[in-house]
Design a binder for this molecule. Structure first.
Ligand SMILES: C[S@@+](CC[C@H](N)C(=O)[O-])C[C@H]1O[C@@H](n2cnc3c(N)ncnc32)[C@H](O)[C@@H]1O
Length: 222
């Protein structure tokens, strides 16, 4: 048995025991498939981890960069207390439309705002609007922009804000300094920035993602 398949089998074992079947989330994935969205959503086990981290943090305000069909959005928004708010940023209007319908299906429209457009433009606009800091920020969009998203995440944070970044292992390619893949290089710069940034304390955990062996960066703003 190779390493990746062992990880996948263990992940399946954990999911079967600790992530109960959820009709809404299953329908969300079906709607994404029917709308031909790429299947880049977090896995059920990763979704549950996001939900638990938001609960552990007591997050009342969450920012997500990269919505797709809203699968991770729903996991995160379910952790919000009443009156809580989640803002999610998505470039593709088709993805945003599917996500909006899925969020409505999950009965979370009252607490989720889907903002359509390039995330860097949206973040600058949010700054102009004087949007308040967030308690938890999930970065999961175009990986070459991860260093820019981290800078914005720090800008929209307060001491104690949790910052999470997805796809930071990339089947182990992250350790290939000569990789020609701009996503790998974006993630490597993300690590470099985290390492040199005194405002954040971070590490990464290896998990199984939608495309196999992958992981999350987890950080807390000092
Ligand atoms: C990996 S998917 C997000 C998956 C989602 N977080 C989930 O787990 O269900 C990345 C999303 O980021 C969006 N995206 C890519 N570049 C973007 C950009 N510059 N600004 C905003 N969204 C972007 C893509 O269209 C895609 O829907």
């Amino acid at each position: 048995m190779n390493q990746t398949s062992t990880w996948e089998k263990v992940d399946q074992y954990i999911t079967e025991r600790l992530v109960p079947y959820d009709a809404v989330l299953e329908n969300v994935l079906l709607a994404n498939q029917q709308a031909k969205l790429p299947a880049y959503d977090v896995t059920p086990n990763q979704g549950k981890l996001l939900n638990l981290l938001a609960q552990l943090q007591g997050a009342k305000r969450i920012l997500e960069i990269g919505t797709l069909g809203g699968y991770s959005t729903i996991w995160l928004a379910r952790a919000l207390p009443s009156g809580g708010q989640l803002v999610t940023l998505e470039l593709d209007p088709v993805h945003a439309r599917v996500a909006t319908a899925n969020i409505s299906l999950a009965q979370l429209s009252d607490r989720v705002e889907v903002r359509v457009g390039d995330a860097l433009d949206q973040l600058a606009q949010m700054d102009d609007e004087g949007v308040e800091p967030f308690d938890l920020i999930f970065i999961d969009a175009d990986k070459p922009n991860n260093p820019n998203y981290l800078k914005w995440a720090l800008h929209f944070s307060h001491p104690g804000t949790v910052i999470i970044g997805d796809n930071v292992i990339r089947e182990g390619e992250v350790i290939n300094e000569n990789s020609q893949d701009p996503r790998v290089q974006g993630v490597r710069q993300f690590y470099d920035l985290l390492a040199e940034e005194p405002k954040i304390d971070a590490t990464a955990i290896q998990t199984v993602g939608s495309k196999g062996y992958d992981g999350f960066v987890l950080g807390i703003v000092k």
